[in-house]
Design a protein around this ligand. Sequence first.
Ligand code: LHQ
Length: 257
Amino acid sequence: MSPVLLEIKDGIAFITLNRPEKFNAFNREMALLMQEKLDACKTDTVRCVYITGAGKAFCAGQDLAEVVDPNGPGMQRILSEHYNPIVTRIRELEKPVLAAVNGVAAGAGANLAICCDIVIAAKSASFIQAFSKIGLIADTGGSFFLPRLVGWQKASALMMLGDKVPADEAERIGMIYKFYEDNSFIAESERLADKLACMPTMALYLIKKELQWSSTHTLYEQLQNEDKLQQRAAQSSDYKEGVAAFLEKRQPVFKGK
Ligand code: LHQ
């Protein structure tokens, strides 16, 4: 079986991390395949990307057996060739990416989840900044996203101590959007993906962009950025449809254009 599965259905690209016996830990083959699958999501027929894990875990981060393998990729290549290109692709995809965290997400697996646009989790899932426990620092964008999500102090403690954060606490501290009971998680997460896939995709992409820019710009610059991006949104046919549907008192039918 392939270590990363991709199925495109009704505008949603379902990406499943698929090494369940290793808790979906990433080795080189899997990391390169993940990049390929994300590239395949660039097509217009995909309007929402849904990332989840096969089996009990979401993703246990780097496969630690590979880091001690003399034939493995070696420390110098793991971030630059594996994780950084994955995070970059997720951030640059012009559509929403939903992390559906079905189980434990540790190390690079936790940070793969929190770099996504919306993160939801099953009640029994958890998040662990596992890096310090093996003498490493947080990577895969964690030092960027975590303090922005939960604040500097909480991020600092979680990154240093490597505490396990259960899904309900992750929601409470703003690390994720929502958690759902285990028995309704798949249905709820698919409902959310369906909703996103029927929304005005261009606007969602531009929201992603304005949020990203907000982390590196002043208020004055950001007001100009909003102006620029709003002009683009206003040129979309979905904008015209949204306004027309409102005025005609009907449900809009967005095409993602
Ligand atoms: C695994 C792993 C795993 C291999 C579970 N590897 N097999 C960047 C730069 C360069 C180098 C290093 O890494 C990075 C980025 C990173 O991601 S660093 C952080 C790497 N990840 C970790 O340190 C997490 C290690 N795993 C764990 O702490 C636990 O397995 C967690 C908390 C995820 C789950 O605990 P349990 O529920 O008790 O499950 P388990 O430990 O029994 O694991 C289940 C199986 O999965 C087991 O296999 P086995 O054959 O013994 O049943 C584990 O060996 C395997 N597994 N994580 N990262």
